[in-house]
Design a protein around this ligand. Structure first.
Ligand code: GCW
Length: 716
């Protein structure tokens, strides 16, 4: 009896897919479950010849050995010799073989951080090489090679050279020192400040591995709503401990600089950037920081924005503040990323226009180690925004992109929303600054204006939840942000494909359906939240759920009614010449396209026009009918996503299947909530029915208005 029971245990363990909690992200290294392919991999990789002994080389080597062991199901011997089918890894500096291989011109184009992955030969022996000019290039090459196996690509005839298109590829953590994450929906901050520097959480290492695997090379540890305490010695020691963990992975640490720090922790009476004592204080502070962290990346600054102190407090301007900090870090090789997310309390001007108005006149006035960090859109990470007009306006100042990976306005961590299509929409948008073909991507990768610095940042969606991002599919947004910073020409489909295969499996049916679900998820969310160019109609403060009726917040431009302007006549914000004329901040080609109500794309219509309820849309429907149609189709799309996922049950382990399944059900309820609340509210102006063919709202507008969420997560 006992014998049978044991047998049964063994048998069932083999049958049941290993439960997974998502902690391993896209680095699971499961054994390749395709026999012919596995055989081919095994014949192509018979040993590893790995040159170099630096800290970076060591982690690269460990990763390669670990990855191959998992993927091939056996240990691949590491040798000093080269035989047929050796995997030759290294740099010209570390490996004589690499120096002798016919890959020198490819190596040249790989630059400082890029890599070459090639099938080639040496002494008549066929080998595969992962080569780079630097150790970190080797690390990136190793991750690329492992990705080929994880996604089951052929590797018998490789010829691939890759170099990042953008230099600074980073995450911004809005993490406070008490571990609260502003706009974080995945638990508390992963930075365990209290136990640092003594205790090094394994998570720090896995965080670094994950980032290196997608090419991220910088991390801002602290919230832009900054606390000067992080710049004091006890905290710098903690920061240094993190920097030590990240360094082998090619990741530099950056901090947010609170502009008033000279007063708060320096005991000065002022933080005026023209004051010599203040300037000296920052120089000394920079010197001190570099003693702790010799490769410290620099500062990210939010100044004179939403109550943060800044140079304008002293009658100075952004360039004065940025340049003072730039001078302080310059001797140490640091940079300053100065944010353009500003809008003033005092100016009644359309908020859309303010960043441009403040920064455009400063073009060319910044030191050469300053980048201006611009949010993708003119307002604030809304579900859909036109690109920020600043991207077409500052040829003499390096502009870097700020995307928000955390889903503050995109359903937080309960909605499955794949963000790549949104990022791509902005990157591919044409600014027309130097005529047709002046895409935002070419501005930020420096090719349009020959910027000396280039950068892309993503506000992280990472927290201490076991799966890092709250929603398992939130991992895909972290993944694609890093991949796009490396190569913005990658398609959304390609990145979804890679992520799904590495995160789940390579089953064709699974991949096709899951990819389709991901690809439609962004548009679905826009439709059930803010279709046709609506924006900023979410709940106040926590930004959770719909609240288009809010009209009582302290300042005008925090109220949803400021943005949708609905009344009996129609809905939308007139930003043409008859209105705020924000359109004038764009190139003439775009002014023409967006300025005409009949040519303005539906996606941006209510961003630029006040449109009457009876306006005939391109679809033939009236505006009201179209609005209803979009809200309903958004909900329908979520229901299809639920069906798709249910059909994928056989391909996914129970734990992760259930996780996504439950969250999709929440998403469906919340999509209905958005749809009903918004339509019932807008109906009070349009005075038109929701046609009978649609399922009718089962709650009243009053019900929705009375919902309160005092403990919603992530609040500032
Ligand atoms: O989107 C808004 C957020 C704030 C955030 C601010 C910013 C860090 O609601 O929480 O503050 O943007 O980007 O500075």
């Amino acid at each position: 009896m006992k014998k049978y029971f044991l047998f049964y245990l063994l048998f069932s363990a083999v049958l049941v897919a290993k439960a997974e909690n998502g902690y391993e992200l896209w680095l699971r290294y499961q054994k390749v479950n395709n026999a012919p392919l596995l055989q081919s991999y095994n014949s192509i990789i018979s040993s590893i010849n790995f040159a170099g002994a630096s800290a970076t080389t060591t982690v690269a080597k460990e990763e390669l050995i670990k990855g191959l062991k998992g993927l091939l199901g056996k240990n691949i011997p590491v040798t000093n010799s080269i035989t047929a089918n050796t995997l030759v890894v290294g740099t010209p500096a570390t490996s004589a073989t690499i120096r002798s291989l016919p890959i020198q011109s490819q190596l040249k184009s790989a630059g400082d951080e890029g890599f070459v992955v090639m099938t080639t030969s040496t002494g008549g022996k066929k080998v595969t090489t992962i080569a780079a000019n630097t150790d970190v290039g080797v690390l990136y090459g190793v991750f690329h090679f492992l990705r080929l196996l994880q996604t089951q690509q052929p590797i018998s005839n490789l010829s691939f050279v890759s170099a990042p298109k953008i230099k600074v590829r980073m995450l911004n953590h809005w993490d406070n020192l008490n571990r609260h994450v502003e706009r974080g929906y995945a638990g508390s901050s992963i930075w365990d400040w209290h136990r640092l520097p003594g205790y090094i959480d394994q998570r720090y290492i896995d965080y670094a591995r994950a980032n290196a695997s997608i090419g991220i090379n910088g991390t801002v540890l602290t919230n832009v709503n900054a606390n000067a305490v992080v710049l004091t010695a006890p905290y710098l020691e903690k920061v240094a401990a993190l920097a030590n963990v990240f360094r082998p992975y090619g990741i530099k640490v950056y901090l947010t600089a609170r502009f008033s720090a000279p007063i708060e922790i320096g005991k000065l009476k002022t933080a005026d950037p023209h004051d010599p004592q203040v300037q000296q204080w920052w120089k000394d502070k920079a010197t001190e920081i570099y003693q702790y962290i010799p490769d410290f990346g620099g500062f990210l600054v939010k100044a004179n924005s939403e109550g943060q102190p800044g140079p304008q407090n002293y009658g100075r301007n952004h360039d004065d503040g940025a340049n003072m900090l730039a001078d302080a870090v310059k001797p140490h090789g640091g940079i300053v990323m100065w944010r353009a997310f500003v809008y003033s309390h005092e100016t009644p001007e359309d908020r859309f226009k303010q960043a441009y108005n403040e920064f455009k006149p400063l073009d060319g006035k910044f030191r050469d180690n300053v980048l201006i960090q611009v949010k993708n859109g003119p307002i604030d990470f809304q579900p859909r925004e036109p690109f920020s007009p600043l991207f077409g306006a500052m040829p003499k100042t390096p502009l870097m992109m700020e995307f928000q990976v955390t889903q503050e306005y995109l359903g937080q961590a309960t909605h499955l929303v794949y963000e790549a299509p949104m990022f791509k929409e902005v990157l591919d948008a044409d600014t027309y600054q130097k005529g047709k073909g002046s895409q935002v991507a070419k501005v930020i990768d420096g090719s349009l204006h020959n910027y000396n610095h280039t950068g892309m940042a993503g506000v992280a969606n990472i927290g201490s939840d076991i799966n890092w991002t709250g929603h398992l599919f939130g991992q895909a947004n972290w993944y694609c942000m890093g991949r796009l910073a490396w190569d913005h020409t990658l398609s959304s489909e390609k990145m979804a494909d890679e992520w799904l295969k590495q995160t789940f499996n390579n089953n064709h049916n699974f991949i096709q359906s899951a990819k389709k679900m991901m690809m439609g998820s962004y548009e679905a969310m826009v439709n059930y939240m803010t279709p046709l160019g609506l924006h900023h109609i979410m709940g106040t403060g926590h930004h959770y759920g719909p609240a288009p009726w809010v009209d009582n917040v302290g300042r005008d431009d925090w109220n949803p009614i400021y943005y949708h302007k609905a009344d009996e006549k129609g809905i939308g914000f007139d930003r043409t010449a008859t209105g705020s004329n924000a359109l004038a901040q764009y190139a003439p080609e775009l002014q023409k396209l967006y300025g005409n109500i009949n040519t303005c794309p539906d996606e941006y219509l209510l961003w630029f026009h006040k449109v009457s309820w009876d306006h005939k849309m391109k679809s033939g429907r009236t505006l009201w009918e179209e609005l209803v149609h979009r809200y309903y189709s958004g909900v329908d799309s979520v229901r299809s996503m639920q069906k798709t996922w249910a059909g994928l049950k056989p391909y996914v382990d129970k734990e992760r299947y259930d996780h996504v399944n439950m969250l999709l059900a929440v998403q469906e309820q919340e999509a209905v909530w958005w749809r009903n609340a918004c339509l019932l509210y807008f109906q009070t102006f349009s005075k038109k029915p929701i046609p009978a063919k649609y399922e009718q709202p089962d709650k009243t507008l009053e019900y929705y208005k009375n919902l309160k969420f005092p403990y919603a997560p992530g609040n500032g």
